[in-house]
Design a protein around this ligand. Structure first.
Ligand SMILES: *[C@@H]1O[C@H](CO)[C@@H](O)[C@H](O)[C@H]1NC(C)=O
Ligand SMILES: *[C@@H]1O[C@H](CO)[C@@H](O)[C@H](O)[C@H]1NC(C)=O
Ligand SMILES: *[C@@H]1O[C@H](CO)[C@@H](O)[C@H](O)[C@H]1NC(C)=O
Ligand SMILES: *[C@@H]1O[C@H](CO)[C@@H](O)[C@H](O)[C@H]1NC(C)=O
Length: 484
């Protein structure tokens, strides 16, 4: 038995190492682009390209055309502009291997115009030209990957371009001499333009790669927390959607300490009816709580000036008789302060339909002496449980929070022991009237979903599932003059 175990051990270790090497960390945020989203993106992109193409100035084309015994003519086409472009909607699909996109455009027709110049022996000539390119086909495959820092990378895998036919009309100068040679020019010009297309596509992809490299994979959310969102793995294409796994971990800017828990794997259900889905693991929320906790930010002091004047009970030792009978006798007429701090990291868990929150805090009660010395009175442990619901309404995330449980227990005392039941009831009332009512008012007003200048989210839904929140949405892009 022991022997077989010792034989097995090395292979178990190797297997474990392989698992940890191949799996890496679980993504706490998953982003899914569905085919619906891809097709919408393509449609918007095609409209944008159609508009932009008409503003494009193309590079000069020059070359030589041999004319048999007449020698050769040097020609340059300059100031080439696209005057009309019939840009049929391209096709874009997810490409499973290599992971990326496959795009193709066929039947594109372009009318261009510009100036021509020729140089033949010592004769310089020039004029204008109009050209039509018919049945231009462009196909390209790009691969998506991940670089060492977790940026998404994009590389061109293949590109092909062909031009079906070219029609050229020269005018001005001695164009009547050249017009007969157009049939010689045509193949050449077609080849020149054809050979320019893929380098232009590749240049575009290289520029895209530069912008991806320059995107931040970690940024400060506020003065206390930063959020890390590098890719945890290469993008995956599955069931006609593109899935990205992001780290999704908050850190305290001050401590940058790793929490004592890890992201658990979760599987997003199919949301093919929406363009985009985002899954947010409870790990992301808990890492934020840990960030605040590790930086010592989950603490506060409550004093009587924070208690509404209309409150029947004040932080005054003389009014504590019903709760702690001996206190008014020991310390009459003193104001009190409460030091409240988290004992442990608050834990949030996502369960189908509900968000549960557990919070363990300690409260130190102190009496404020007339000479401002604070005299410790007692310390209570507080166990709090909340449950929340979240939904989307009128483009806002709204919610409600309820207190499921609040228990108090006496941890230590300088004023002798006392029963905590009455204080517990007071704390429950205080929590409901002073804290939850305010939180719920804000949550019912809601906060707007992120809005960008040119895109807005529509048909958004939010569901709480086991271990994660799923957000699915369509988007509407509005292109105007400012869109570049
Ligand atoms: C209560 O705390 C606030 C803020 O910390 C402070 O400005 C105020 O002076 C305190 N009041 C008393 C009565 O100690
Ligand atoms: C505390 O309460 C007692 C009795 O209600 C009152 O006489 C006293 O003025 C209060 N002390 C302070 C500092 O407000
Ligand atoms: C403040 O007053 C308390 C109670 O009267 C006393 O015990 C303490 O020594 C005083 N502290 C100072 C710094 O005067
Ligand atoms: C509230 O918490 C206490 C102690 O943690 C537990 O004994 C009690 O069953 C809880 N009550 C409810 C309603 O969950």
């Amino acid at each position: 038995m022991l022997q077989s175990f010792s034989k097995m051990l090395p292979s178990v270790i190797v297997a474990l190492m392989l698992v940890s090497l191949t799996c890496g960390e679980n993504p706490a945020i998953q982003v899914v682009l569905t085919n619906k989203g891809l097709q919408y993106g393509k449609h918007v992109g095609a409209g944008w390209i159609q508009e932009k193409l008409e503003l494009v100035t193309l590079p000069d084309i020059s070359g030589k055309v041999g004319m048999g015994i007449l020698g050769s003519i040097d020609y340059t086409l300059t100031g080439i502009r696209i005057t009309k472009c019939d840009f049929p909607e391209p096709s874009v699909e997810f490409n499973p291997d290599p992971v990326g996109f496959k795009t193709s455009t066929s039947g594109l027709s372009v009318a261009i115009s510009g100036d021509w110049r020729t140089h033949y022996i010592a004769i310089h000539d020039g004029g204008t030209f109009n050209m039509a390119l018919f049945n231009v086909d462009v196909a390209s495959v790009v691969e998506l990957g991940k670089d060492a820092d977790g940026h998404m990378s994009v590389t061109s895998v293949s590109c092909s371009a062909s031009i079906g036919n070219v029609d050229v009309q020269f005018s001005g100068g001695a164009s009547w001499i050249f017009q007969p040679f157009v049939k010689h020019f045509k193949g050449r010009i077609r080849g020149e333009i054809e050979s320019e297309i893929c380098p232009a596509v590749e240049k575009f992809i290289v520029n895209l790669e530069y912008s991806l490299q320059a995107t931040h994979v970690s940024f400060d959310v506020n003065q206390d927390l930063s959020l890390d969102v590098p890719l945890t793995d290469v993008p995956v294409i599955e069931a006609s959607s593109l899935n990205l796994g992001l780290k999704g971990e908050f850190y305290s800017i001050k401590t940058h300490q790793e929490p004592p828990f890890e992201a658990q794997p979760f599987t997003m259900s199919e949301h093919a009816g929406y363009m985009l889905s985002v899954g947010l693991s409870e790990f992301t929320v808990n890492s934020a709580a840990f960030g605040y906790f590790s930086a010592g930010l989950l603490q506060t002091v409550i004093n009587d000036s924070m208690i509404p004047p209309t409150s029947p009970v004040h932080l005054n030792t003389s009014q504590m008789g019903p709760f702690i009978p001996q206190l008014p006798k020991m310390f009459p007429g003193l104001l009190m302060s409460l030091q409240l701090y988290a004992q442990e990291v608050p834990a949030v868990s996502f369960q189908p339909g509900a968000v549960k929150m557990g919070f363990q805090a300690a409260v130190k009660a102190l009496a404020i002496q007339p000479n401002a010395t604070q005299t410790p009175l007692f310390k209570l442990l507080v166990d709090l449980e909340f449950s929340g619901k979240f939904w989307i309404d009128e483009g806002k995330v709204k919610g409600s929070l309820a207190m499921d449980n609040l228990t108090l227990s006496l941890a230590s005392t300088e004023v002798g022991t006392f029963k905590t039941d009455a204080l517990e009831n007071l704390a429950k009332i205080g929590m409901k009237t002073m804290v939850l009512s305010k939180v719920n008012l804000q949550m019912s007003e809601g906060i707007y979903l992120p809005r960008m200048r040119h895109a807005k989210l529509t048909n958004s839904v939010l569901t709480v599932e086991e271990g994660f929140i799923a957000f699915s949405s369509d988007t509407e892009v509005r292109i105007d003059e400012g869109f570049n």
